[in-house]
Design a protein around this ligand. Structure first.
Ligand code: ADP
Length: 574
């Protein structure tokens, strides 16, 4: 699994930066190699300058040390800038691809995964991957070369000393592996808790009015605190497991020094080795443990990044089930003159059936009203027709062409949908109406939807921002903006969810007038709550718990004195 993930990251994101990475690696190798040179130059410093007293050697040794640090400074600066540039680009590409992929997934995916979780996935997990990978690559490029050069110096002085110094390392490999697994588990848990935290925040801010009205500020804060405490615990545990790795390295170092000093100290006292050799060796070994510790750390950091990478990859593995057919049929040539047909559609969320063999025909150019108690499945009919959800059984078609036989864009182009919870984006009203459509007939659409009526009251007219989720507009205004969007869309088939009671009488009249104008000459299916709409509808389809129980005109259904007559008496007979 790991190999596959790394290969994926490399192939799709890192490979294209190969030239930059190459330069960065050379600079890193230079930076790392300077450590070896530094430990090497210690020997002449002691043996020739300090012990032998060679005054002439002072200057070249000093210049040597100076040069080593200058090269290290420049190479270090260069590789860090390059690596973080590549890191940011990789992170941006990952985020962009992830969003593009997610937006293609079924609506059901978004019902299963809270927005906070997904935001954390796009932001947090991609960050975790990209900040870590350049530490990892950096450590590998820089520290491996440093390690090699330092060991070369150490070995050139005495291979027995070198062996003694690292003797304890293999013994500690076992605990290291266990620790790494622990780091990964903790990191994975930490990412889950972070997502949970984001969900809490997201829900708090979205539900701010509910929170205030129910005076549950303290309750919400407490819930956040609980999640926060879990997050802190997870972070501390991750950090603790991280910290264990350098601790193990220190134990290796301690044992190594103990051995070398006991064995090598005697050799120097007896004159078998020079002080310069010992100091050089000592420097090399002292310097070895830092990169070694970092490489040890890399394993832990890498494990943590893997936890994020796994989660990202899992999203990429999700595939939409609602997709274009292999060879899409063209949509009907004149969709405005095509009947919309639902044929024995059965649909369930999980096991709860919502539509049961629902069938009806909405005739071209006419208005069909869907009527039924709340929860009867009326909105679900809209979701099926526009393929936000696919039915388990049955079919739907427009002009005889199955909705699943057309391309998704071809199908959705035929529909304009205006629902009660009109979705707004935090952009100007103009942008909210136009979206990606042609703005040529904007003024006309604003007039037809009675948006022009309230624009003068707003500070910046059509350029006024709608606020997050349209919060700076009233319910009626939001709806009219949504209607303007539908007018501009000029789609042949209209799906309307009539407002129930959210609007005052005046806005309702305006919204209604706008809807009536919009419906003219189009095939309209309306979830009807108003008597006037029902009376005027060419056909009423009465739904009860997912079934179509009656069909006909208002008069015919009243005369029949069945379920509709009952509903009508309850809801509409004022
Ligand atoms: P209506 O528009 O007639 O009020 P809906 O089509 O909105 O009814 O809903 C029909 C039924 O489907 C309801 O009982 C509702 O609880 C259920 N339902 C709607 N959305 C979901 C969902 N995402 N998951 C599970 N059940 C759902």
């Amino acid at each position: 699994m790991n190999d596959g993930l790394v290969r994926w990251l490399w192939r799709d994101y890192l490979r294209r930066h190969l030239p930059l990475l190459f330069v960065a690696f050379i600079l890193m190798a230079l930076e790392g190699g300077m450590l070896g040179l530094l430990s090497w130059i210690i020997k002449p410093m002691f043996d020739q300058v300090f012990v032998a007293g060679d005054r002439g050697a002072i200057i070249w040794v000093a210049l040597g040390v100076f040069g080593i640090f200058m090269v290290r400074a420049l190479a270090g600066f260069g590789n860090r800038v390059l690596m973080s540039a590549v890191g940011q680009k990789v992170s941006a590409a990952l985020q962009s691809d992830l969003l593009r992929h997610m937006l293609r997934l079924d609506s059901a995916f978004f019902q299963e995964n809270a927005p906070g979780v997904l935001i954390e996935r796009v932001r947090g997990d991609t960050m975790a991957v990209s900040t870590v990978w350049h530490t990892v690559l950096g450590a590998l490029g820089r520290d491996v070369v440093a390690l090699l050069s330092l060991f070369a110096v150490a070995l050139s002085i005495d291979w027995v000393w070198t062996l003694i110094a690292v003797a304890a390392a293999p013994v500690l490999m076992g605990p290291m592996v266990i620790l790494q697994r622990w780091v990964r588990n903790n990191a994975r848990h930490g990412r889950e808790v972070a997502a949970n935290l984001a969900t809490r925040l997201d829900e708090s801010f979205h539900g701010i009015d509910t929170i205030k009205l129910n005076a549950i500020e303290d309750y919400e804060t407490k819930r956040f605190d609980t999640a926060l405490a879990r997050y802190v615990r997870a972070l501390i545990r991750t950090e603790a497991s991280h910290a264990g790795i350098p601790a193990i390295m220190d134990v290796v170092a301690a044992v190594g020094f103990l051995g070398v000093l006991s064995y090598g100290g005697l050799q120097i006292i007896e004159g078998d080795k020079t002080v310069g050799e010992f100091m050089s060796f000592f420097t090399a070994m002292a310097l070895v443990f830092e990169p070694l510790r970092r490489i040890g750390n890399v394993a832990g950091t890498w494990q943590a990044a893997m936890a994020s990478l796994e989660r990202l990859y899992a999203v990429f593995l999700e595939q939409p089930s609602i997709t274009d057919p292999k060879t899409p049929l063209p949509p009907p040539a004149e969709p405005g003159k095509a009947d919309v047909v639902l044929n024995a559609v059965t649909f369930a969320y999980d096991d709860a059936p919502v539509l049961r063999e629902t069938s009806f025909v909405a005739e071209a150019g006419k208005t069909t009203a869907l009527v039924g108690a709340s929860g009867a499945g009326k909105s679900t009919v809209f979701r099926i027709l526009t393929r936000l959800a696919d039915p388990q059984e049955g079919t739907a078609s427009v002009g005889g062409i199955g909705i699943c036989d057309m391309s998704l864009s071809g199908l959705r182009d035929m529909f304009a949908v205006v629902t009660q919870d009109a979705q707004m984006f935090d952009e100007s009203i103009r942008q909210n109406v136009v979206l990606t459509q042609d703005a040529e007939r904007l003024a006309e659409a604003l007039d037809a939807a009675h948006v022009s009526d309230f624009l003068p009251q707003l500070a910046e007219g059509a350029d006024t921002r709608a606020g997050p989720r349209g919060s700076s507009l009233s319910g009626g205004q939001r709806q009219r903006v949504a209607i303007a969007r539908a007018v501009l869309r000029d789609a042949p088939i209209l799906l309307l969810d009539e407002a129930t009671s959210a609007l005052d009488a005046q806005s309702e009249a305006l919204v209604q007038d706008a809807l009536d104008r919009l419906a003219q000459g189009r095939t309209t299916i309306v979830i009807a709550h108003r008597l006037a709409t029902i009376r005027r509808a060419d056909k009423i389809v009465v739904m009860d718990r997912g079934r179509v129980v009656e069909e006909g005109t208002h008069e015919a259904l009243i005369k029949k004195d069945g379920y509709y007559a009952q509903l009508y008496a309850l809801q509409f007979d004022e």
